[in-house]
Design a binder for this molecule. Sequence first.
Ligand code: AMP
Length: 173
Amino acid sequence: MDLKSLIRDIPDFPKPGILFRDITTLLRDPDGLHYAIDSLAEKCTAAGLNASYVVGIESRGFIIGAALAYKLRAGFIPVRKPGKLPFQVYSVEYELEYGMDRLEMHQDALQAGSRVLIVDDLIATGGTASATAKLVQQIGCELMGFGFIIELQDLQGRKRLPPDVPVVTLINY
Ligand code: AMP
């Protein structure tokens, strides 16, 4: 299936110069969604990423990550923007193009040794995924891999991720 044909390109969103890769058109397509999740799950399994937990990054990472966790029979853990999670959190700061941002995860969500797969819809500069990796690795979890529907290869986000951790993607631009 040609998944790329189900991605909508929106120029200059959310600001001038950004070509936004809109996955809502893929999500609304029954066969496309089914194929995307099955393919991501198959690739993760083929790469030996037998994770017990999928960590999904707010907010599109929740959609992909929860479906993938169901398919892999793994638990799902949300990593959220500040102030959204109700229990005690660990947090990590990371750099944006302008300024800093923060991500949070419940302190009791993972334990040392938990096998974790980090999932988002798209990797661009890799800042968000690498911050999430820090959060997970600080706890002493075993980071099995990363999964993304889309990779923007020119931005070389992979280089910011921990070395020797497998990265699974479906669509490259
Ligand atoms: P980054 O931290 O630069 O890898 O950015 C990743 C996050 O920003 C992901 O959660 C994406 O959903 C979002 N993002 C970044 N660039 C784009 C883009 N061109 N189109 C759609 N989403 C994007």
